[in-house]
Design a protein around this ligand. Structure first.
Ligand code: CA
Length: 241
């Protein structure tokens, strides 16, 4: 496992490197955005990028966007910024996950394993493993390949497309998987832990906030109320026809 650590703070980088090396990870550390881009351009074979948002030469969010133009290596943002807007923005510019400082190194290691496991997986034919209904049945998408939701939303799980009134909406892979998982079984309530297990390969409690951020992002991008319904204290569902 080769980690590109983009962190300008020597003390933070040193402590992280010790922890990750202990987990038999090979840490390649750079202190600026420019050095990070140079490393990625030379194709140094990194498996994951840990990205500090506060860098001296370029904002971490802007760097994340540049990284996404270069490669698909999973990005975990490491940030002291706890506000929702920053997290949302990070996920929009292509980050796969984030941890908020201060964090438990074990949490970071768990997230590294989760994002690299997902990245290593070949692209699935369908975006989510078919979730079985209570009766064991797996609803098939309709013949036209779409699942219709409220407000003109249509989810085409075969083509990985979501449209609102025929206009395509760009969702990240995880946003799409989340929406498709719910939409395949309208009216069925999915618990948070089940969604985390299926979309994130993780039941890590810290990921609950990641889930909330993704739900908020899907709602905001679709701009349609009620596509993902919150079932208070339980989870989420896609409304039944
Ligand atoms: Ca910093």
């Amino acid at each position: 496992m080769r980690v590109l650590l983009v962190e300008d703070d020597d003390r933070v980088a040193g402590a992280l490197s010790v922890n990750l090396t202990r987990q038999r990870m090979d840490v390649d550390r750079v202190g600026t955005a420019q050095r990070a881009l140079e490393r990625l351009r030379t194709g140094a074979g990194h498996d994951v990028i840990l990205l500090d948002l506060g860098l001296p030469d370029l904002d971490g969010l802007a760097l994340c966007k540049r990284i996404r133009e270069l490669c698909d290596v999973p990005v975990i943002m490491v940030t002291a910024r706890t506000d929702m807007a920053t997290r949302l923005h990070g996920l929009h510019v292509g980050a796969d996950d984030y941890v908020t400082k201060p964090f438990d190194p074990r949490e970071l290691v768990a997230r590294i394993h989760a994002v690299t496991r997902r990245a290593a997986r070949p692209a699935p034919v369908s975006p989510v493993s078919p979730a079985e209904g209570p009766d064991g049945s797996v609803p098939e998408p309709r013949a036209d390949g779409g699942i219709a939701g409220p407000g003109g939303v249509r989810i085409d799980v075969e083509r990985w497309e979501v449209t609102v009134d025929g206009e395509p909406v760009a969702l990240t892979r995880k946003e799409f998987n989340l929406l498709a998982m719910l939409a395949r079984q309208p009216g069925i309530v999915f618990t948070r832990s089940r969604i985390l297990a299926e979309v994130w390969d993780s039941a890590w409690v810290g990921n609950q906030r990641t889930l909330e951020v993704h739900v908020a992002a899907v709602r905001a991008k679709l701009g349609v109320a009620g596509v993902i319904e919150t079932v208070r204290g339980v989870g989420y569902r896609f409304p039944a026809g």
